[in-house]
Design a binder for this molecule. Structure first.
Ligand code: NAP
Length: 482
C-alpha cells in the first residue's frame, strides 16, 4: 500500500462516471526509478473520447451559467483540495515521473497557486464600452467562455501543466476533456477525482488515458471542441495544428525549447554556477526551460567550467523519493539511449568530457550529470532539445557573438544570462528572441507571469493576466436607435 494509494484512480472519468476502456485494455504505469508497475490505467480510444466531448458539451451551458461567485467558490475549493493533498500528490508524481520529491512538492504547490490565481482572474474578465462614432448608438464588448476545451499534457510536469490549462478553463466557465501523458497518467486522473470531490458538476472535467493518436484524432476533428491547449514537443504540436485546421479551433501551444545560458566575463561567478546547476539539472534536465547550451565568455570560461563541474560531480543521483536526491532517473529507455547518443556525438566531434558521460552506478534509467567542454555548433546538442543531464559549454568572445549564437535556433522559449552590466542587461532584453528572459536569475516562473515561447516554441501565454484570454471569446454588440 503506497502513501498515495487513496488518490490513485485506475479508470477514466467520463460524465461523472469512472469507467474502463471499451476494449477493457489497460496500460501499466511504472516507476522509472525501479521499473516496477505501480498502477494500470485504461487504454481508451476514439469512441470514449467522443463520449467525453459529448459530456463536456452537454455540461457546458449549465456550468457557464453559474454565477461568478459560485464558480470562484468551486475554484477555491479545488485550490484547497490540492493544498490538503499536496504530500500524497507529490509522492505520486515522483513515483510515476521520477523527479526528486522536493521538486514534486514544488510542482504540486504551483498547481494550487495557478488554480487560485485563475479563481481571482475570473473576476477581471471585463468587457469594454466603446465611444460611438454615430449618434444614438451604444457599443460594447462582452466576454464569454469558448466552450469545450481539450487539454493534452506532457509527462515532465504532469501536474502543473494541467493546472495552467484547467485553471483558466474552469475559471472562464469552460468544460474540459483532458488527456495526460501515458507515462504519467495518475497525476492527471487525480484532477478528476479532486474536481468531483469539490463539487464540479458531472461532465465539466473528463479525463482520458490511452492511445494518443486515437484520442488526439477525435479531439482535433470533433467540431464540438472549440479550443485545444497543448504542452509537448514541437513535432506533435505542429501535427495537432495541421489536424485541427479542418475545424478551425483556437489553439494554444507550449512547445519545445533550446534555452541558452550566457555567462559574461563580468558575471558573479558563484551566482552563475548556482543558476546553471538549477537551469540545467532540474528534473534531470527534462524541462522545456532547462538550458540546452551554455555560452561562456573567454575571460571567465576556465574558472566557470572548473567551478560548475565540481558542483555537477557532487550532485546526488538517487531515486526521487530518497532523502536528498538532486537528480532522479530519466523517464524511459528511449530517453537514456538518446542521451548516450548525444554524448557520443559531442565527444566524437571534439568535445572535452569534463565530468560524467556514462550511465550511473545506480543502474536502470540513471545517468551521470555530465559536462562537455569546448562544445561546437556542429554537435547535435546545439540544435536538438537534449532533455537530459548533459551540459555542453561553448566559448565566446563578444556580446554580439553570444547573442547571435543564442538566437540561432528555431526555438524561443527560455533564455538566461549572467552579467553585472546594467546596459548589457537591457540590450539582452531587446535582442534575445525568447519569450522568457532571466538575467541573473533562473527561477523565473510564477502564476503572475505570462509563460510562453516565441518562434517554434509556441503560441499564446499561460499564467498572468493573459492566461485566461484564450479561454474567452469577445463579442461586440451595437445597440442602435437610442
Ligand atoms: P510529446 O511526445 O509531444 O507528448 C505530449 C503529449 O501529447 C502527451 O500527452 C502525448 O501522449 C500526446 N501526443 C503524442 N502524440 C499525439 C498525437 N498524435 N495526437 C495527440 N496527442 C499526442 O511530448 P513529451 O515527450 O510528453 O514532453 C516533452 C516535450 O514537451 C518537450 O519537447 C518539452 O520541451 C515540451 N514541454 C514544453 C513546455 C512548455 O511550456 N513550453 C512544458 C513542458 C514540456 P502520449 O504520452 O500518450 O504519447
Amino acid at each position: 500500500m503506497t502513501s498515495f494509494a487513496s488518490l490513485v484512480r485506475e479508470a477514466n472519468l467520463i460524465n461523472g462516471q469512472w469507467v474502463a476502456a471499451d476494449s477493457g485494455e489497460t496500460i501499466d504505469v511504472t516507476d522509472p526509478a525501479s521499473g516496477t508497475t505501480i498502477a494500470t490505467v485504461p487504454n481508451a480510444g476514439q469512441a470514449e473520447t467522443k463520449r467525453a466531448i459529448e459530456a463536456a458539451h452537454e455540461a457546458f451551458p449549465a456550468y457557464a451559467g453559474l454565477t461568478l461567485s459560485e464558480r470562484v467558490a468551486l475554484m477555491r475549493k479545488l485550490h484547497d483540495a490540492i493544498q490538503d493533498n499536496l504530500e500524497p500528490m507529490a509522492q505520486m508524481l515522483t513515483a510515476e515521473q521520477g523527479k526528486p520529491l522536493a521538486e514534486a512538492r514544488a510542482e504540486v504547490g504551483s498547481s494550487a497557486a495557478y488554480v487560485l490565481w485563475f479563481a481571482e482572474e475570473a473576476r477581471r474578465t471585463n468587457g469594454a464600452t466603446i465611444p460611438s462614432p454615430i449618434a444614438g448608438r451604444k457599443l460594447m464588448t462582452t466576454r464569454h467562455p469558448v466552450g469545450v476545451v481539450a487539454a493534452i499534457t506532457p509527462w515532465n510536469f504532469p501536474s502543473s501543466m494541467l493546472a495552467r490549462k484547467l485553471g483558466p478553463a474552469l475559471a472562464a466557465g469552460c468544460t474540459a476533456v483532458v488527456k495526460p501523458a501515458t507515462a504519467t497518467p495518475l497525476s492527471g486522473l487525480v484532477w478528476g477525482h479532486l474536481a468531483e470531490e469539490c463539487g464540479f458538476p458531472s461532465g465539466v472535467v473528463n479525463v482520458l488515458t490511452g492511445s494518443a493518436r486515437a484520442i488526439g484524432g477525435e479531439i482535433t476533428s470533433n467540431p464540438k471542441v472549440r479550443k485545444i491547449t497543448f504542452t509537448g514537443s514541437t513535432e506533435i504540436g505542429k501535427q495537432l495544428l495541421a489536424e485541427a485546421a479542418g475545424t478551425v479551433k483556437r489553439m494554444s501551444m507550449e512547445l519545445g525549447g533550446n534555452a541558452p545560458f550566457i555567462v559574461f566575463d563580468d558575471a558573479d561567478l558563484d551566482k552563475a554556477v548556482d543558476g546553471a546547476i538549477i537551469a540545467k539539472f532540474r528534473n534531470a534536465g527534462q524541462t522545456c526551460i532547462c538550458t540546452n547550451r551554455l555560452f561562456v565568455q573567454a575571460g571567465i570560461y576556465d574558472r566557470f567550467v572548473a567551478a560548475f563541474a565540481d558542483r555537477v560531480a557532487s550532485l546526488k543521483v538517487a531515486p526521487g523519493a530518497e532523502e536528498g536526491s538532486e537528480q532522479g532517473p530519466l523517464v524511459d529507455d528511449a530517453a537514456l539511449s538518446k542521451i548516450e547518443e548525444l554524448v557520443a556525438d559531442a565527444l566524437a566531434k571534439g568535445g572535452d568530457l569534463v565530468t560524467g558521460g556514462s550511465r550511473h552506478d545506480r543502474g536502470g534509467l540513471f545517468y551521470q550529470p555530465t559536462v562537455i567542454g569546448n562544445a561546437t555548433v556542429s554537435m547535435r546538442v546545439t540544435d536538438e532539445e537534449i532533455f537530459g543531464p548533459i551540459a555542453p559549454v561553448y566559448r565566446f568572445d563578444s556580446e554580439d557573438e553570444a547573442i547571435q549564437a543564442a538566437n540561432d535556433t528555431n526555438y524561443g522559449l527560455a533564455s538566461y544570462a549572467f552579467t553585472t552590466d546594467l546596459g548589457r542587461a537591457f540590450r539582452l532584453q531587446d535582442r534575445l528572441e525568447y519569450g522568457l528572459i532571466g538575467i541573473n536569475e533562473v527561477l523565473i516562473v510564477a502564476p503572475e507571469i505570462p509563460f510562453g515561447g516565441l518562434k517554434e516554441s509556441g503560441l499564446g501565454k499561460e499564467g498572468s493576466w493573459q492566461g485566461i484570454d484564450d479561454y474567452l471569446e469577445t463579442k461586440y454588440t451595437c445597440i442602435g436607435g437610442l
